[in-house]
Design a protein around this ligand. Structure first.
Ligand code: SF4
Length: 224
């Protein structure tokens, strides 16, 4: 069990799953670079993060719900949690008759991603909500900006294990507090921190030296 002081943000998992160096630059060194992708993501999140509740037939909607898990050492917020009226297996809600099954909807800009970053972050939200409410949740959903539609995600054992492993890694790396060296890969092109990270100059033990030597040679060739 973790204490309140040990809780880490669920959002860090997305950065960690994308690249350990990106996670460290943001969460250890405090660097943040807003590019078009992050700016659009923030705008898309502005509405669902407004705390409010709404009732639509047999669905009660809670926005900006605080999440926490002392077992996993995580804290965060769910964009939207829908509570669907069910005949059995749900939980009672205050001042509302019947049983209700929670269903998290996470808002994302752009298209569904190829990697697992979004999935593990959403799975971590579900794990937190399961602990808070003492209930099993089998699925959740993303609402992507392009196209504007919902995609359901099944929370199978493989995804749960992968998420729990990443959460352990998050706590390990946080305890160490060091920034890994850059390793250039295709995903660097869409990384919001590429100008801070400079993977072309910092990846590999000798690459910075190599980069400087190349720059000097190119400068000399330009002059001569
Ligand atoms: S530029 Fe590449 S190596 Fe650097 S933080 Fe981003 S993804 Fe990681």
């Amino acid at each position: 069990m973790y204490t309140e002081d040990d809780l880490l943000p669920i959002s860090a998992l997305q950065h960690l799953a994308f690249c350990e160096r990106q996670w460290a630059l943001i969460h250890v060194e405090g660097a943040w670079a807003e590019n078009r992708l992050t700016a659009e993501g923030r705008v898309l999140h502005d509405h669902p993060h407004e705390p409010e509740t709404e009732v639509r037939g047999d669905i009660r909607i809670a926005r900006g719900l605080q999440l926490r898990s002392l077992e996993l050492g995580l804290v965060g917020k769910a964009d939207v949690v829908e509570f669907h009226r069910v005949e059995q297996g749900g939980i009672p809600l205050e001042d509302t008759p019947g049983l209700w099954q929670p269903f998290i909807v996470e808002y994302k800009r752009g298209h569904p991603k190829i990697g697992h970053e979004d999935e593990v972050q959403l799975c971590a939200q579900v794990l937190c909500l399961e602990e808070m409410l003492g209930i099993s949740i089998s699925s959740a959903a993303f609402f992507y900006g392009e196209p504007r539609r919902r995609y359901e995600l099944a929370l199978d054992n493989a995804l749960r294990q992968e998420t729990e492993q990443l959460i352990s890694r998050l706590h390990q790396l946080t305890a160490v507090g060091q920034t890994p060296q850059a390793e250039y890969s295709p995903k660097c092109k869409s990384c919001s921190l590429i100008d801070v990270c400079l993977p072309g100059t910092t990846s590999g033990p000798k690459s910075a030296r190599t980069y400087l030597i190349k720059s000097i040679i190119q400068a000399e060739e330009t002059v001569s």
